[in-house]
Every structure is written in structure tokens, then in C-alpha cells.
Design a protein. Structure first.
Lengths: 325, 286
């Protein structure tokens, strides 16, 4: 089990995107080939830290997301490691084909950073709440898809991405969410981590929903259900060994993500288990619908993106299957 | 490295390239005819006079970069590369075949010397901008980036996003070349989606524009030399070409944009091109 912070204690709140900003600055300090470009959202994607430190290695593209990633392809062709950022709704929302043709087909190390993903963007409403990015990026050959659970992990992920030779997508959220990992928590691209051990059900979560999964594991104890939480920061490539090992033990699976379950983490886990270990599964996430304006917690409640919902699903799933193996 | 050829030699090379385009396309059974034929003079000028490159060392660090943005015209690039010595000419007949390095649309990772992957239109100029910006960061000033673009391609919004960025950063080591042949798949460009006034469009986007006859090798070489002297702006050469150039029954006819010749048409086209070659040779002796 990976050591994380005690979630029953008061946790520091910080937006996941902050970790990216810090990580990029660090990556830029370590490697002069790390460069950055942004589409008119420098502050809100937190790329401004890098821009201030390395103005000559920063390119302001303007509101032009197709150009953003394609310029990234050109930079990478000359040996740079470009981090290109915008809101996830626009990049990769608008420029998927350019990412496919000019980055993935060439297997170039362009790092696409989609900030403000999920309904947690809140008041901006459905247009800006990117829910399909995991699905869009996951189907592209050569692309690696990463959704950190907190700002500390985002910082480590960003540094790891700068050293990684393939195209990467990094999914970030806007609102402050609890920091559940520490400097000591290990991070490796492609590795899932067991954040809580249990025997009765495996909750597989990514991004902001990992905190909810941990809360749920705590709640499930009261119902005499021992839940294992597997945090999948890298949705592609999936860490099949870690996931299958846990599911073999528990026999029940709940997935949890702040995005469309179709094609998202829920889709990825269903594909894996369908082929290698058919297992009863319920998927928590956006159920084929769009978001709307509201505060993060109101929206989480409304769309069932809560520990309560995970807990309920786990209880119902186990009941419907006769209570266990 | 280039040894300088006479214009007459270059015209003969262009004619050979046209013959190979016809053979390749007939053998492949699919592909685009008109654009590649129209571009044969420009690609001859680029590979045999203008570009600093080394076919034996395609990733040479000091080479100029040639991007093909309208990837469907790649047969002309393959034919020119083979002629220049990047790979054996017989490999041209593998175009579009299983296992070939000569994919239907070009792929950077498949063939040394192929600088970009294209086919989906409108991306080449953005990639050039990324490359030029990387060169600026690395203080590289002795390399040029040439980008061949289609005219129909300029319906794509991505092109104009790139045009603005190149102007913003004054990327004057980019020389873009528009193949202004006035055709696209559905018809003439001005009926499908009017592009005119193309020159004033590019000028108003902050570019220095040079217009030239793209089927006149000497004039095109001169235009590129002039372009390299412009240091304050990115440069667009609008090269007017005849689609299907060199093959009478294909010239000016947009229906040849997206189809290959059949066997009979191949024989007829090759006969015409051989006659043309004879004419070029006799002109040399005049």
C-alpha cells in the first residue's frame, strides 16, 4: 500500500493546476529544452510561473487551440519538450485531429495540459466543463493520459512528463481540492497505487474522485465492507497488474471519475475486466449528460460524484450479487 | 549537397519527375494527379537548387527544412527525393502499397527526409512556426524553413491562426509557398470558397508576398532568392501553377485533382512527356 495522508484529519486545500505550475517551473529549471505555449490563459492554467522565469522559452499563441498543439509539434520536431496548455474544453476539445496527426502519429513528446476539466469548474457551466477529454485522448495510439488526484501529485506528474519521450495528456481541475498525498508519496507514469487496503470491493478512481473514493472507503467500514482504493493516475497505459491483483481479491469493482463514464476510466476498466477478469462493476461519473452552472459541491451532489454515491453503489452492488464471493 | 544545374537540366529533371508521377499513380491505382504534376517544377527547383540538404544524411543538423502541408501532393516529393538520391527510384512503384515507406499521405516516421506528416490540411505553417521559434530559442539563424501549401487548403482556419503567429514573432526564416493552381476537389477554388484577393489577404496578415509563375523554374529560384533577402517579415510566395502541367488532357481540369490515370491514359501521358523532353533537349542545343 502506498502511504498517503490521514484523510480523517484536516487537509490542505489547493487546486490541482497549482501543482502543474510548480512542476513546470521545476522541469524548466532542470532541462533547458522544456518550453511552454499557451492559448490566452496563462494565469488560469498556472503556466505563468514558467513564463516569468523563462520568458524566452514561452510562446503566447492567442485564442487559437489548433495552432497551439500544431506549433507544439513543430517545437518537438526541433528537439524541444513543449508543454501546451489551455482549458481542456478547448484543448483537446477543439484540436483533436491536429493532436492525432501532427503529434501522436509522429510520436512526438508534446505535453498537452488541459486545465479546468470536469464539472468542478462550476459556475462557467456546461460549455467549459470538459467531460470527454479522457475518452478523446485515451483512444489515440502513443498518447499517455494522466489525471492526478491532487496538486502534489500534479507537480510530480509534470516533472515526470518532461522526462517522458511520448505525447502526454495531463488533466487538471480548477477548484481547490484536498491534498491527500505528500512529497514522500511515490509517483510513476503508468503505475496505479493502492491508497487504502480492503478485501470486499475495489474502488478504482482517478483525479478529484480519488479523495471521494477514500472517504467512501471510510464510510463503508461502518457497513462492514472493507474497500480497497486503487488510485489510477495514469489512465493510459493502465497498470493492469495492480488493478487485476486487487480485483481478484475483492471480486467487486466501483469506478469513480469526474467525466463521462463512456470511454473514460469506467470504460477503460470495463474493457480490461471484460477481457481478462469479468467482474461485477458499477461506474460512478457523468452518465451521458452535460453539466451546468453551480458551485462545485452542489454539482458533485447533483451528478452523484460523491463518496456517498460510491458508498451506496458499493452496498447495492454487493447486495445484488448476494453479498460477496 | 547541391551542384548547380543549368535551367535546361532542371527542366529535364522536372520532366522525369512528371513521368515518374504518372507511373507511380497508375501503378498505385489511386491518388492525386493534378497537384503533383503542377508542382514538379517547384520541387525540382527546391531539391536541385534551393535547399541546403544532403540525401545521404537526411537528418543533417544544418539542413534547410521543407514541409509539405498539402500532403496529398506527396507523389511529387517522393519522385523528387528519389531523383535526388534519398532512396532508389524503383521504390517509387511501392507508393500506397502495403509495407511501403511511401504512404498515401506522407509520414515523418516512415521515411528519412520526410520532415512532417500531413494529409489533413492546414497544419504545415503552424509546424513551421514551431520549428522557427525553436530555432530562435537556440539562436540558429542559418537555416530556412520552406512550406509548400495548397490554395484550397487555405479554407482551413488553422492556416490563418498560423499566419497571425508568424507575423507576431516576425518569423522571417519561414518561406511559405502557395501552389496557386485554382483547383480543389469539388471544383475551382473561387466557386468552392473564394480565396481572392489572396495576395492582399496575406499582406494584411503582415506577410511579404511575392507572386511568381510556379512553372518557370528560373523565376521561382529567383523568387526564393528574393524571399531570403527579406528579414523583417515572414514571406509568402504565391506560385501560380497549371494543374496537371505537362499532360494536355489533365491541364486545368479539376476532375484530375483526386484521381490517377488508368493504363491507357498513362501511355498517352508518358508519350506527351517524352515529346516535351525532346523539345527541352532541342532548346538546349539552339
Amino acid at each position: 500500500m502506498t502511504k498517503i495522508l490521514d484523510i480523517s484529519k484536516e487537509l490542505v486545500m489547493e487546486p490541482i493546476r497549482k501543482g502543474f505550475g510548480k512542476g513546470l517551473l521545476e522541469a524548466g529549471t532542470m532541462d533547458a529544452n522544456v518550453v511552454a505555449a499557451c492559448a490566452d490563459l496563462t494565469d488560469s492554467t498556472q503556466i505563468s510561473l514558467f513564463k516569468d522565469a523563462f520568458p524566452d522559452r514561452f510562446i503566447e499563441i492567442g485564442v487559437a487551440e489548433q495552432n497551439l498543439v500544431t506549433v507544439g509539434s513543430g517545437l518537438a520536431a526541433m528537439g524541444k519538450i513543449p508543454f501546451v496548455s489551455s482549458y481542456a474544453a478547448f484543448s483537446p476539445g477543439r484540436n483533436w485531429e491536429q493532436i492525432r496527426t501532427t503529434i501522436c502519429l509522429n510520436n512526438q513528446p508534446v505535453k498537452i495540459v488541459g486545465s479546468h476539466a470536469g464539472v468542478s469548474v462550476g459556475p462557467d457551466g456546461a460549455t467549459h466543463q470538459m467531460l470527454e477529454d479522457i475518452a478523446l485522448m485515451r483512444v489515440l495510439p502513443n498518447m499517455v493520459v494522466i489525471a492526478p488526484c491532487d496538486s502534489v501529485e500534479a507537480e510530480k506528474a509534470t516533472i515526470a512528463m518532461a522526462k517522458h519521450k511520448q505525447p502526454n495528456y495531463l488533466r487538471l481541475a480548477r477548484e481547490a481540492t484536498p491534498v491527500i498525498t505528500s512529497k514522500e508519496t511515490p509517483f510513476e507514469i503508468g503505475k496505479a497505487q493502492v491508497f487504502a487496503e480492503g478485501n470486499d470491493v475495489t474502488i478504482i478512481s482517478t483525479g478529484t474522485m480519488t479523495y471521494q473514493a477514500l472517504m467512501s472507503a471510510h464510510e463503508l467500514k461502518k457497513h462492514n465492507i472493507s474497500a480497497e482504493v486503487v488510485h489510477v493516475a495514469t489512465i493510459k497505459p493502465l497498470d493492469e497488474d495492480t488493478i487485476l491483483k486487487s480485483v481478484k481479491k475483492t471480486g467487486f469493482v466501483i469506478t469513480a471519475e469526474e467525466g463521462q463514464i463512456a470511454g473514460g476510466l469506467g470504460g477503460a476498466i470495463s474493457e480490461l475486466l471484460g477481457e481478462k477478469l469479468p467482474t461485477p462493476i458499477r461506474r460512478i461519473g457523468m452518465q451521458d449528460r452535460f453539466g451546468e452552472s453551480g458551485e462545485m459541491n452542489e454539482l458533485f451532489e447533483h451528478f452523484g460524484l460523491t463518496s456517498k454515491q460510491i458508498t451506496l453503489s458499493a452496498i447495492l452492488l454487493k447486495d445484488s450479487m448476494g453479498g460477496g464471493k | 549537397m547541391n551542384t548547380k544545374h543549368s535551367i535546361n537540366d532542371l527542366e529535364l529533371i522536372a520532366n522525369d519527375i512528371r513521368e515518374n508521377i504518372i507511373r507511380m499513380l497508375e501503378h498505385a491505382g489511386s491518388g492525386h494527379s493534378a497537384g503533383p504534376l503542377g508542382l514538379a517544377d517547384i520541387f525540382t527547383a527546391l531539391y536541385f537548387d534551393i535547399l541546403k540538404h544532403d540525401p545521404k544524411n537526411p537528418s543533417w543538423n544544418d539542413r534547410d527544412i521543407l514541409l509539405l502541408s498539402n500532403g496529398h501532393c506527396v507523389p511529387v516529393r517522393y519522385a523528387a527525393m528519389a531523383k535526388a538520391g534519398y532512396f532508389p527510384e524503383k521504390e517509387l512503384m511501392t507508393l500506397r502499397k502495403y509495407g511501403s515507406r511511401l504512404q498515401g499521405h506522407p509520414e515523418r516516421q516512415r521515411l528519412p527526409g520526410m520532415e512532417n506528416t500531413s494529409g489533413p490540411l492546414g497544419c504545415g505553417l503552424s509546424q513551421a512556426a514551431g520549428m522557427a521559434l525553436a530555432m530562435r530559442m537556440d539562436k540558429i539563424t542559418h537555416r530556412w524553413i520552406y512550406v509548400v501549401m495548397g490554395d484550397g487548403e487555405q479554407d482551413e482556419g488553422n492556416v490563418w491562426e498560423a499566419a497571425m503567429l508568424c507575423n507576431k514573432y516576425k518569423l522571417s526564416n519561414i518561406i511559405a509557398i502557395t501552389d496557386r493552381n485554382n483547383i480543389q476537389i469539388d471544383g475551382n477554388t473561387e466557386s468552392v470558397m473564394p480565396l481572392e484577393n489572396l495576395k492582399s489577404k496575406w499582406e494584411s496578415f503582415g506577410w511579404h508576398v511575392i507572386e511568381v509563375n510556379g512553372n518557370d523554374i528560373e523565376a521561382f529560384i529567383d523568387a526564393c532568392a528574393m524571399a531570403r533577402a527579406i528579414t523583417e517579415k515572414p514571406i509568402m510566395i504565391i506560385a501560380h501553377t497549371i494543374p496537371g502541367k505537362g499532360v494536355d488532357f489533365m491541364e486545368y481540369d479539376y476532375t484530375w485533382h483526386g484521381k490517377p490515370p488508368n493504363h491507357e491514359q498513362e501511355i498517352k501521358a508518358l508519350k506527351e512527356l517524352r515529346t516535351l523532353a525532346g523539345k527541352i533537349r532541342s532548346e538546349a542545343h539552339d
